[in-house]
Design a protein around this ligand. Structure first.
Ligand code: HEM
Ligand SMILES: *[C@@H]1O[C@H](CO)[C@@H](O)[C@H](O)[C@H]1NC(C)=O
Ligand SMILES: *[C@@H]1O[C@H](CO)[C@@H](O)[C@H](O)[C@H]1NC(C)=O
Ligand SMILES: *[C@@H]1O[C@H](CO)[C@@H](O)[C@H](O)[C@H]1NC(C)=O
Length: 513
């Protein structure tokens, strides 16, 4: 016991000396303001109150749009104005195109080899290039348009089932959007549906859903061990690490089976017509593998699939849930969106994807939602690979960068009454010099490659739900807009429920799909 206590103090002493020497080295440089009192060892971690983006916005409010904090052993640059963000993501884009090596990236990111976690370099560039051409290009997006349409139709059919359009029914919107998005993704990836009706394989579906649930629980923890490595050496996070390893094993196993299955079907050509009308993303990746087996290993393919699933699901379904929340609290906006659809497409046919460009108001609504509730309020953490200059200050190499997009998009100096939901303000916003005032998808080399796909999924789902149904809150009270506190994303705290019934004018069409 005595010895342990003693070595603990030695440890502290060592750390203190370490930091002091580092400070001395850096003192000569012109570092940005360092915010409130920085305690030894834990640095600014004591300030953490969730949600983090709000806490950081408050601190930046007093200390300025560019500050350096310490999360335990990590130096963190927090940026919260459009011009400083622009400097980081354009002038210094390459330098900040790295990612910090956080624990989740080690275990769920295959030792930092998948797109979101890979360091800036050849491997990451290759993966981005392949996915840009083979997955995210407009040709490929077009190719999967029917898959997405039929998923929403299947949802509409379920919502309208044995309904005569008279009574409202209550719907669990959170699960509904989440399952819809997972179906979108898995149908595009592998031609499999794991939720709702016509599920491909009940046993597989059950396993898939369990893995998804577990990812939520385990993947959502922000890990103190990332910032206080000493605690990891002492073995305090063994349990979490074990869970992460275990989860990743299950995910890999599941995807490996999916690949084997695809291969068998591919060689025998006896697949059911239903499931394989269109080529899937997996087909595309497997045909690349045939041409270049050394580069496109199973591991690479599994990494890409898991990336698409984990980066594309919560973000898109969360955006649908927040948009619907705001629409239910602002029935006039909902009416206006419905009127836009009725006057552009009419009630004689259902919206398809080529109609989306003709529904600007719908996209103003979605953009306004992404402004108030961006699903990545701090983007994903970047890290500098060299020393650089931002806002006239020196930023040391190896500094983690958090761009507080939430703070920028809700700054009263940039937006009139930012906490008011006003889709009209989005008319003409976006692109050009406004780019860094509104950037829910990030910007630059590390920006979201799934923006076009995400916007289509969100636009199509909401467009059709608004075209076909009347929507209202389940009671008199406004829908609660409190934000959740799990992980780094901005999710709705309480799951959204809503009431709906088919519009009487749409019953005919709904019975035909
Ligand atoms: C409304 C939907 C979405 C939002 C708001 C969103 C937002 C974001 C944000 C903020 C980032 C971090 C950018 C940065 O670090 O600077 C990101 C990265 C990423 N997103 Fe999305 N995203 C959405 C949909 C999707 C979809 C549908 C996919 C793919 C199927 C996707 C794939 C990715 C990937 C792979 C990255 C990592 C990029 C890299 O590190 O190189 N996202 N997204
Ligand atoms: C399920 O598939 C059958 C044909 O295999 C189709 O007739 C039916 O409409 C589908 N149901 C749903 C809800 O997609
Ligand atoms: C969408 O519908 C319009 C009108 O029926 C049609 O002209 C267009 O080709 C359709 N687009 C797609 C992608 O199906
Ligand atoms: C929504 O925002 C995107 C940029 O994120 C922009 O390209 C698009 O034009 C905006 N749409 C509308 C209707 O404002």
């Amino acid at each position: 016991m005595e010895v342990q206590v003693l070595s603990f103090y030695y440890c502290l002493l060592f750390l203190a000396l370490f930091f002091i020497s580092k400070l001395l080295i850096l003192r000569g440089k012109n570092l940005p303001p360092s915010g409130p009192l920085c305690l030894p060892v834990i640095g600014h971690l004591y300030l953490f109150k969730k949600p983090l983006y709000r806490t950081l916005a408050r601190i930046s409010g007093s200390y300025g749009p560019i500050i350096i904090l310490r999360f335990g052993s990590r130096r963190v640059l927090v940026v919260s104005s459009p011009s400083v963000a622009e400097e980081c993501l354009t002038t210094n884009d390459i330098i900040f195109a790295n990612r910090p090596r956080l624990l989740v990236g080690k275990y769920l990111g295959y030792d930092y080899t998948i797109i979101p976690w890979a360091p800036y370099g050849d491997h990451w560039r290759n993966l981005r290039r392949i996915t840009t051409v083979e997955i995210f290009s407009s040709t490929r997006l077009q190719m999967f348009s029917n898959v997405r349409i039929s998923e929403v139709h299947s949802l509409l059919r379920r919502l309208a089932a044995d309904d005569t359009g008279e009574s409202f029914k209550t719907v669990d919107m959170k699960s509904m959007f989440f399952e819809l998005t997972l179906n979108f993704m898995m149908m595009m990836i592998a031609g499999k549906r794991y939720y709702g009706n016509n599920v491909s394989d009940l046993e597989k579906a059950k396993r898939f859903r369990e893995i998804v649930k577990e990812s939520f629980v385990v993947g959502g923890v922000s890990n103190v061990g990332d910032f206080l490595p000493a605690l990891r050496w002492v073995g305090l996070f063994k349990d979490l690490e074990k869970k992460l390893v275990n989860l990743q094993g299950k995910r890999t196993g599941f995807m490996q089976e999916l690949i084997e299955e695809h291969r068998m079907v591919g060689t025998h050509q006896t697949q059911s017509k239903e499931e394989k009308k269109t080529k899937t993303m997996l087909d595309v990746l497997l045909s690349l593998q045939e041409a270049e087996p050394d580069y496109y290993t199973d591991e690479i393919i599994i990494g890409i699939i898991l990336t698409l699933l984990s980066a594309g699901t919560d973000s898109a379904s969360g955006t649908m849930e927040w948009t619907m929340t705001l629409l239910l609290n602002h029935p006039k906006v909902l009416k206006k969106a419905q009127a836009e659809i009725d006057s552009t497409i009419g009630q004689g046919r259902l919206i398809n994807e080529s109609d989306l460009t003709n529904l600007p108001y719908l996209f103003c609504i979605i953009n306004e939602t992404l402004r108030m509730y961006p699903s990545g309020p701090l983007l994903a953490p970047h890290e500098s690979s060299e020393e650089c200059i931002v806002g006239g200050y020196t930023i040391p190499r190896g500094t983690m960068l958090l761009v507080n997009v939430w703070a920028i998009q809700n700054d009263p100096k940039l937006w009139v009454e930012p906490r008011e939901f006003r889709p009209e303000r989005m008319e003409g916003v976006g692109g050009g010099s406004d780019g860094f005032k509104l950037m829910p998808f990030g910007s630059g080399r590390r920006g979201c490659p799934g923006e076009a796909l995400g916007m289509r999924m969100v636009g199509l789902a909401l467009g059709l739900l608004i075209q076909c149904f009347e929507w209202k809150r389940i009671g008199q009270e406004m829908v609660d807009t409190e934000e959740g506190t799990i992980g780094l994303s901005l999710s709705k705290g309480k799951p959204l429920e809503a009431s709906c019934r088919p519009r009487s004018t749409m019953l005919g069409l709904l019975s035909q799909i």
